[in-house]
Ligand binder design. Sequence first.
Ligand code: 4GS
Length: 244
Amino acid sequence: MKFNVLTLFPEMFSALNESIIGRGKEKGLIDINLINIRDFSKDKHKKVDDTPYGGGAGMVMNPTVVYDAYKSIKDKNTKVIYMSPQGKTLDQQIVQDLAKEENITLLCGHYEGIDQRVIDEIVDEEISIGDYVLTGGELPAMVLIDSVSRYVEGVLKEGSVEEESFSNGLLEYPQYTRPEIFLNKKVPDVLLSGHHENIKKWRREQALINTYNKRPDLLKEIELSNEDKKMISDYKILKEGGKK
Ligand code: 4GS
């Protein structure tokens, strides 16, 4: 999977050389092509932004420089995504859909934004990582690259993406490792039992309870088995003393 990134701050993307994504790059599974928009400035001072027409605070990125940077990408087919709070909010469904793409170009704005004309000309889709304002699109682009790359074959070890939060629409069950007793707290007995059926059942129950307590909105989005529903109502009775 190839990502082109149009940015004024390519050095920020060194975060993606670490850990799992870093290994994915080393193995050649993920290719991240960083394009420094400033390299395309024709100004003698390498200026890339200017004051907004109509007045107001902040600076706006020059459309010609952004366009020339984009035109330097020679890939014949790439989906251009502009990281922006105006976009659809990134979720696991969008991540999985994007993972089917072969070539993605991420446009990162900095300062107040980018001249609208070049956005209209080159952008296929706008994506936001949440309803808050950042100083630039670089962190959102890294969030997108990280989340999408996990679905690239060989980046994670097999089975990992199937078992986690959201893949079944639920939050994760709690995890434990050695030592068996930590600060007087023991690992749940069932996990030491070696009884795979019971462990599976316990984990499903814990995932349901976690979701019910922390993200009840998610429960409305998925289909629950009768056994799931019974687990939840039994838990409610236990917790709320009989309320339905
Ligand atoms: C986001 C966001 C963002 C908006 C970039 C103001 C600089 C900034 N981008 N998801 N100009 N949230 N972008 O805050 O994607």
